[in-house]
Design a protein around this ligand. Structure first.
Ligand code: GDP
Ligand code: MG
Length: 163
């Protein structure tokens, strides 16, 4: 079985844009388990010849990304349980939000590789703005633009090394 990589983060940071850029084919879409909204999108991807499954987390059951903080925590917990590596996505345009800090608090205790991905870095000026994300206490980060594709290669190089 190929390794599982989960993309987590608050709504609107660009998780689905990144996911859609990477996947070649979709797998199961919704898996409803009583009491838990196990709504996630699965896809297959590969990089440098290494295949992996990618999970996009989000508020699909509610039909929008307007989901509660509690729901995000649940999604992160599920990702921690089922993934071999986690991509934690944040948004340089918005900067650090309270929800980002909550997710970071959960991920700091995790004994699995976590990649902090600062998205929406569409130009060099925004790369400078990304330094504020050191404050999340997760160490080094990767900058990328899921829209134009810049930076995604460096993140994927590092990711497949740990799979
Ligand atoms: P999600 O809620 O985390 O899945 O975020 P989405 O993938 O739905 O994206 C939310 C919004 O951010 C959309 O309007 C995207 O077009 C936009 N977005 C995603 N990635 C980028 C990026 O790299 N740069 C910019 N400028 N916008 C982006
Ligand atoms: Mg989404």
């Amino acid at each position: 079985m190929s390794a599982i990589v989960a993309i987590v983060g608050r709504p609107n940071v660009g998780k689905s844009t990144f996911f859609n850029r990477l996947i070649q084919r979709r797998e199961a879409i919704v898996d409803a388990v009583s009491g838990v909204t196990r709504d996630r999108h699965y896809g297959k991807s590969d990089w440098n010849g290494k295949e992996f499954s990618l999970i996009d987390t989000g508020g699909y059951v509610l039909g929008s990304d307007d989901i509660f903080e509690q729901e995000i925590d649940k999604q992160v917990q599920l990702a921690i349980d089922e993934a071999d590596a986690i991509i934690f996505m944040v948004d340089v345009e918005a900067g650090i939000t309270g929800m980002d800090e909550d997710v970071a608090n959960l991920l700091r205790r995790v004994d699995k590789p976590v990649f902090l991905a600062v998205n929406k870095v569409d130009n060099a000026k925004r790369a400078e703005d990304a330094v504020e994300f050191y404050a999340l206490g997760l160490g080094e980060y990767f900058t990328l633009s899921s829209i134009n594709g810049s930076g995604t290669g460096d993140l994927l190089d590092a990711l497949v090394k740990v799979l």
